[in-house]
Design a protein around this ligand. Structure first.
Ligand code: NAD
Length: 480
């Protein structure tokens, strides 16, 4: 028995008021879908949560038509001030129902309750508050002489931050005066459907936001629909490419937030204890299901052994298990398919010659789990140094000089984020200047704020979400 044993502290699910089955949210109401319904399950227990409607091509058509009607008849005629009032109302309702949303998110996604409670849901509220404030100021934000909405936005989101990605998409779109058809990921539709109830509670005019659940085919129909003026996608680079091809040659405006393989660079003058916490937060937060995760640790050769030793000690204290337990640090992997991918890439890492270390923690019998894992002796050519694992797996590489660190950090087809750990501000600025990544954190990692633009270069996509810049993606002729 270790000297720090924790008694179970599960968050109660009594706060949830779930239905057995959920329809599509079209025109302000829940309606039946005409596709084959599917189940959403808890990845921690594999237990059924609810049956979810699947949107067919006709259903997507209905949703786009509802969004168009709402745009023409209500939303485009409303003042920015009034749109802002709705966004403020939504933000306050998210706060009021925060506990319920956090529990539902952890149940459906598998992420620890302390993350959904303290990170995801508060950020969701802050995103709506932030963009509520912009709704009546579009004419004064340097966004052009007469910024105007695009019309209907088709938005597709992944499963790693279901409600937060919804907020990143819906809040700026509505603030800029667009109406929305949003498709959540098939493994995590629950909080989007509870959010639809919040929209009803907020009296948001019918059709301003429509939510169509379903798999990739539903998303594919949505992005190709001729009634959609703007496509916003967050997900894998492969699907992003397909969408870019589908939208090319049309008048649709497109933003893509795709994958990443971020370098987290630790110099020998870094505050090591802080850096270790930052490395852990960078790759083990949300089970590593984070597009901007610091999955490639670049550590200066002289401190390599010390950093790796301390990391292993720290990882040995992380608690893996029930996502609803308030003491849990590492929750469940979101799906069997994602677990298979993490296993496959980790096996390849070992076969390619990297040394694998896995934290010694008990793995529950049911559900999808992967213990925190570190690979040392990784070379730039290894798949685990190049491919996005999207799981709790860290690849450790070394460097000797700042120039080598920069060259290795940039040696990736991605360019979403990076981290720099050093005591010297001048070094941080000099290195940051030469990193080809959209977001660079200094002496911290995985920090998000609605006022700060986020987005990638190269195969990590294009366009920015967050901040004043995030509005430009939803306005005619506006440039950041
Ligand atoms: P995915 O691309 O498979 O799925 C994302 C969404 O797209 C889902 O809703 C899915 O149903 C839908 N989809 C699938 N095929 C489609 C198609 N042909 N046309 C339209 N929609 C389709 O990705 P995923 O596995 O759900 O998410 C993981 C990926 O997302 C990772 O690569 C990660 O890096 C990336 N991601 C990026 C960001 C970012 O901001 N850059 C944020 C989160 C996740």
């Amino acid at each position: 028995m270790s000297f720090l044993e924790y008694a179970p502290a599960p968050e109660s699910t009594a706060v949830l008021n779930l239905k057995n089955s959920y329809g599509l949210f079209i025109g302000g109401e829940f309606v039946d879908g005409s596709g084959t319904p599917f189940n959403t399950i808890s990845p921690a227990t594999e237990k059924h949560i609810a049956e979810i409607a699947s949107a067919s091509d006709e259903d997507v058509d209905r949703a786009v038509a509802a969004a168009r009607r709402a745009y023409d008849k209500t939303w485009s005629k409303m003042s920015g001030r009034d749109r802002g009032k709705y966004l403020f109302r939504i933000a306050r309702l998210v706060q009021e129902r925060a506990r319920e949303l956090a529990v539902a998110e952890s149940l459906d996604n598998g992420k620890p309750i302390k993350e959904s409670r303290d990170v995801d849901v508060p950020l969701v509220a802050s995103w709506f508050f932030y963009y509520a404030g912009w709704a009546d100021k579009l004419d004064h934000a340097g966004l052009g002489a007469n910024p105007r909405a695009l019309g209907v936005a088709g938005q597709i989101i992944p499963w790693n931050f279901p409600l937060l990605m919804l907020a990143w998409k819906i809040a700026p779109a509505l603030a800029a005066g667009n109406t929305v058809v949003l498709k959540p990921a098939e493994t995590t539709p629950l909080t989007a459907l509870i959010f639809a109830e919040i929209l009803q509670q907020a009296d948001l005019p019918a059709g301003v936001v429509n939510i169509v659940t379903g798999a990739g085919a539903t998303g594919s129909t949505l992005v190709r629909h001729p009634g959609v003026d703007k496509v916003a996608f967050t997900g894998s680079t492969g699907v992003g490419r397909d969408i870019a091809r589908a939208v090319a040659g049309t008048s649709k405006k497109l933003t893509l937030e795709l994958g990443g393989k971020a370098a987290n660079i630790v110099f020998d003058d870094a505050p090591i204890d802080q850096a270790v916490e930052g490395i852990v937060n960078g790759i083990f937060f949300n089970q590593g299901h984070v597009c901007c995760a610091g999955s490639r640790l670049l550590v200066q050769e002289s401190i390599h052994d010390e950093v790796v030793d301390r990391l292993k000690t720290r990882l040995s204290t992380l608690r893996l298990g029930d996502p609803l337990d308030k003491n849990t640090d590492i929750g469940a992997i979101n799906s069997a398919a994602q677990l298979a991918r993490i296993r496959e890439l980790s096996d390849i890492g070992e076969a390619e010659g990297a040394e694998r270390w896995t934290a010694d923690c008990a793995i529950p019998e049911q559900g999808f789990w992967f213990a925190p894992t570190i690979f040392t002796g990784v070379e730039a050519s290894h798949r685990i140094a190049r491919d996005e694992v999207f799981g709790p797996v860290l690849s450790v590489l070394t460097f000797r000089t700042p120039a080598e660190a920069i060259a290795k950090a940039n040696n990736t087809p991605y360019g979403l984020s990076a981290g720099i750990w050093s005591d010297k501000g001048s070094r941080i600025l000099a290195v940051a200047d030469r990193l080809r990544a959209g977001v660079i954190w200094a002496n911290t990692f995985n920090r998000f704020d609605p006022s700060s633009p986020f987005g990638g270069y190269k195969e990590s996509g294009f366009g920015r979400e967050g901040g004043r810049q995030g509005l430009t993606a939803y306005l005619k002729g506006a440039a950041a």
